[in-house]
Design a protein around this ligand. Structure first.
Ligand code: UT7
Length: 349
């Protein structure tokens, strides 16, 4: 049975840079607060009406495809991870397929938020190992700035997130001990509302009590988007930051150690850890806990903020472009986020 490997990687971030000081013009926040609590200095925002998760994902995909030495026509399956899709449905997978001009192949959308890329990588790995596909295009892309609350009320969420996309091409390899060594996926839905974008949706209040979601004027049909949601300003992502933080610093080390243990490695064997860029303080905590040096962990949240499903492929691509991830290196990817979901992948490049 072949293993699977990352054969090509690319990323795209929009040109528009938004600094912390830019955000102070629209909400009560400060450069000092944001840097101290998150490490973020600036992020990128996509241009409305010109860019979207699909267009950014496609731009990243084209680079990954070229670097894999293939053409779009060689791609035999698409996996697209995003929590900020262009449409409610259909998903971005088919929209990107259309942009790339490769109709007919399967296109799967993944809804696992910050862990979306690791979940997608695991799926791609299984498909390639089974011999079903030979050139899987896996993309993580986010257009967060389209859906954030830019008033002071939303500041704990809004200052963190940025837009961008990353992509990889996954191919089989017969090289012994090379490629994706293992992937590890987890979730605990009892924390679903701790970090969530609940409305618009079809839940009709079933999880959260009906009172808040009671629409006396319409028994059915209004659950997607109602005037009440606008009036209550209930159409934004929300997060219990401390609860997320607390769980993240527990689950990141746990799932990294799980991957290492399965492959008989120690934390110090890792050449490069690429954590999901949730918060610089979380990454630093994980680094310390695992006893890693600064040059063993890649952080770029300072420049891009948290780009959710895109953050790992963007960071991995940057590290690879900088020559910090080389042939033969042991690379660990790890993610934690909304769901809660978390996961890891250990790769011998
Ligand atoms: O990607 C996956 C998931 N996301 C994460 O992993 C995020 C995990 N959580 C975090 O990173 C942190 O919890 C945050 C960075 C979101 C928040 O930091 P914190 O140290 O946990 O702050 P807090 O929410 O406890 O708020 C402390 C204070 C509050 O004011 P009071 O009540 O003490 O007066 C907030 O209102 O900071 C205030 N605050 C802000 N002040 C200025 C919250 N957001 C901001 C802001 N600017 N942007």
């Amino acid at each position: 049975m072949p293993s699977s490997k990352i054969a090509g990687i690319g990323f795209y971030v929009p040109e528009k840079v938004v600094t912390n000081n830019d955000l102070t013009k629209v909400m009560d926040t400060s450069d000092e607060w944001i840097q101290e609590r998150t490490g973020i200095k600036e992020r990128r925002y996509a241009v409305k009406h010109k860019e979207s998760s699909t267009t950014m994902g496609t731009a990243a995909a084209r680079i990954a495809i070229e670097r894999a030495g293939i053409t779009p026509e060689d791609v035999d399956f698409i996996i697209f991870a995003t929590l900020s899709p262009d449409y409610y449905f259909p998903g971005c997978g088919v929209l990107m397929q259309r942009e790339l001009g490769i109709p007919g192949i399967g296109a799967l959308d993944i809804r696992n938020q910050c862990s979306g890329f690791v979940y997608g990588l695991s799926i791609a790995d299984q498909f390639v190992k089974s011999g079903m596909y030979k050139n899987i295009l896996l993309v993580g892309a986010e257009f967060h700035s389209a859906g954030l609350d830019f008033s002071t009320r939303g500041r704990n969420v809004t200052v963190i997130f940025g837009d961008g996309a990353g992509a990889v091409v996954i191919q089989p390899t017969e090289e012994e001990g090379k490629g994706i060594l293992s992937t590890h996926l987890h979730a605990d839905g009892s924390y679903a509302e701790k970090l969530a974008y609940i409305n618009p949706g079809c839940h009709g209040g079933v999880h959260l009590g009906t009172e808040k979601y009671d629409y006396p004027d319409q028994e059915y049909g209004g659950a997607f988007l109602t005037e009440k949601m606008y009036k209550d300003e209930d159409l934004f992502p929300n997060m219990e930051g401390q609860a997320v933080f607390k769980m993240a610093v527990q689950k990141f080390p746990e799932v990294i150690m799980e991957a290492l243990a399965q492959n008989n490695y120690e934390a110090t064997d890792i050449d490069m850890l690429v954590p999901h860029q949730a918060n610089l303080r979380i990454s630093q905590f994980v680094q310390k806990r695992l006893g890693l040096r600064d040059d063993q962990v890649w952080n770029n949240i300072q420049k891009y903020g948290n780009t959710t499903a895109a953050s790992i492929p963007i960071a991995l691509c940057e590290a690879w472009e900088a020559g910090k991830v080389k042939e033969g290196d042991l690379v660990c990817l790890a993610a934690f986020g909304s769901g809660f979901t978390w996961g890891s992948a250990l790769i011998r490049f």
